[in-house]
Design a binder for this molecule. Structure first.
Ligand code: PEP
Ligand code: MG
Length: 563
């Protein structure tokens, strides 16, 4: 059995098809006529744009707007005058178009892979995709066509570029396995959008798998079995049938209120990174937005987005959600999220450093722009402000002072806003968890950020695979922390929600949260899960879990009661 990262749930049973995306070989030679060579390059760009536009159109229909935009991003990148001038300069210095494209792309790839920021590293994948396809156009090599794989295929590749995955005919593909790329890689995002089971980061899979070999994949646990036995095929066929049946049944939770089995109402929201994502949350029947990660607005820009730009983005989201709650988290920069133009200094321990609210309170002018944009937008819906990485009460107080100052300014300027706009905190550090009782007296709501809470509680870098065995929300230290936060909120009558990845973990439903914010695709499943528990039943399991000494015991208990 091969282990990787389970990046797209579901089970696949089929035959391996290896997709090779090797770079075409080209001859290095100096062009006889540099002007003609530049023309040849520009013609290739036109062809690239034409092909990419077609792929994006296809993708818009099969995988949704967001994924089509990733592909369209390639046109923007290649049309960038800076990139094109660099390539023309290289041709003028005596390189052929192929070599010039290859060299310039390589420079960009190196630049993008140098950072620790996962999203910037993703850009390198985009440039690799652009390079491969431009070289194919220039050398006349045939494009890779995944759309032709036969029914029952399990695709294996080193990595799948967005353009390669674009043509996938969902019905023919049982699964996707890649050697590179993690949970947030383009291939994983796309596999989830297409609802194809996917396992990523599987070491040496391209060496060990062969075309036509039978295979089984479990996209939730991240397992791949090559040449499965008869028993294994039967086992996974049963699992697959059960999974598909459950998925079908989820549709009956559409347009229903989210309630426990004893009719306690629970809020069920979606997480987003930009206003357009709100549509996906609505399409999946989300009741609001529980986490808008605003750093994406900053990352997409080349400078700090202005008050107007931010206002428009927040307003758009509020309007799209039509009066439903929209919890907007203020800028969470630092840690693994680098925004180059902010000129942040390199730190030895970025996760323990100048990050999120710490950074914002140090750059109050910038922070006030964001807060003002948020407060102004509050008149268009039900916006709530959420502060990331809080570790002490003073941080909350300082933000509240800024909010009050801005409100006073807006009053003076006769600009309308929601006078009762709430200010809540993310509980994602052990410090905040320890003082949850104190924070609950002054915050309007809590949202538990389990991604960071786990990392800080367990002293485990969330991206370090060497210590990944400790990075578990089932660890008693994390479970106890979550329970403490929930009861501190209940004592002060404020809502404790969860917006980290654990919110979508069906095993954790009995913990007693009042609000869940999950990825759009997990909304219906989470609603179904909540409906299975009465408060008394859930409390009983939660009490039992609190007595466990190890993460294995916690998991064992939760699994035993899984519904
Ligand atoms: C979290 O830490 O759980 C969280 C939701 O925030 P992010 O993943 O953006 O750090
Ligand atoms: Mg966090």
């Amino acid at each position: 059995m091969y282990k990787g990262i389970g990046g797209s749930s579901g089970y696949g049973i089929g035959k391996i098809v290896i997709i090779k995306n090797d770079m075409p070989v080209y001859e290095i030679k100096s062009p006889e006529n540099k002007e003609n060579e530049i023309k040849r390059f520009l013609q290739a760009v036109d062809k690239f744009i034409e092909k990419t536009t077609k792929i994006a159109e296809h993708m818009r229909k099969t995988a949704g707007e967001k994924n089509a935009e990733i592909i369209e991003g390639h046109i923007i990148m290649l049309s960038d005058p800076f990139m094109q001038d660099e390539i023309k300069d290289k041709i003028n210095s005596g390189m052929c178009a192929e070599e010039a494209v290859d060299k310039v792309c390589e420079q960009f790839i190196e630049m993008f892979t140098m950072t620790d920021d996962e999203l910037t590293v993703q850009r390198a994948t985009d440039i690799k995709d652009i390079r491969l396809r431009m070289l194919k156009i220039l050398t006349g090599d045939r494009d890779i066509d995944i759309s032709e794989v036969p029914k029952g295929s399990i695709i294996v590749a080193k990595d799948l570029t967005p353009s390669m995955t674009a043509g996938i005919v969902k019905e023919n593909v049982e699964g996707i396995i890649t050697q590179a790329g993690g949970f947030t890689s383009h291939s994983a995002i796309l596999a989830r959008a297409l609802e194809i089971p996917g396992v990523f980061s599987v070491d040496d899979i391209t060496d060990n798998a062969r075309d036509g070999m039978e295979a089984v994949i479990d996209g939730k646990e991240g397992c791949v079995i090559l040449n499965p036995s008869k028993e294994e095929i039967t086992e996974y066929t049963t699992k697959k049938e059960k999974y598909l049946k459950n998925k079908e049944e989820l549709n009956k939770y559409r347009n229903k209120a989210t309630k426990t089995a004893d009719s306690i109402e629970i809020e069920l929201f979606g997480n987003i990174g930009k206003p357009e994502d709100a549509k996906n949350v609505k399409d999946n029947d989300g009741e609001g937005i529980g986490l808008f990660r605003t750093e994406f607005l900053f990352m997409e820009n080349t400078q700090i987005p202005s008050e107007e730009e931010q206002f428009e983005a927040y307003k758009k989201t509020a309007v799209m959600m039509d009066g439903k709650e929209v919890i907007i988290r203020t800028l969470d920069v630092g840690g693994d999220k680098n925004i180059p133009y902010l000129g942040m200094e390199k730190e030895d321990n970025p996760f323990l450093g100048f990050r999120a609210v710490r950074y914002c309170l140090d750059r109050k002018e910038m922070y006030k722009i964001q807060l003002r944009a948020l407060i102004r937008a509050s008149v268009f819906g039900k916006i709530k402000i959420m502060i990331p990485l809080v570790t002490c009460v003073n941080e909350l107080r300082e933000v509240k002072v800024l909010v009050e100052d801005i409100k006073a300014d807006l009053d003076r300027e006769n600009i309308p806003y929601d006078k009762n706009i709430s200010v809540g905190v993310m509980i994602e550090t052990p410090a905040a968890s320890e003082i949850a009782d104190l924070l609950a007296k002054e915050a309007d709501f809590f949202s538990i950020g389990t991604n960071d809470l786990t990392q800080y509680t367990m002293a485990v870098d969330r991206g370090n695979s060497k210590v990944a065995y400790l990075y578990s929300v089932y660890n008693p230290a994390v479970i106890r922390s979550i329970k403490r936060i929930i009861s501190a909120a209940a004592n002060e009558n404020i809502i404790a929600g969860m917006c980290g990845e654990a919110a979508a973990d069906p095993l954790l439903t009995p913990l007693g949260l009042k609000e869940f914010s999950v990825n759009a695709s997990s909304i219906l499943r989470t609603r179904a899960q909540i409906a299975k528990w009465t408060k008394a039943e859930a409390d009983k399991v939660a009490d039992e879990v609190m007595k466990c000494a190890t993460q294995e015991e916690v998991y064992e208990i939760l699994k035993r009661y899984e519904r």
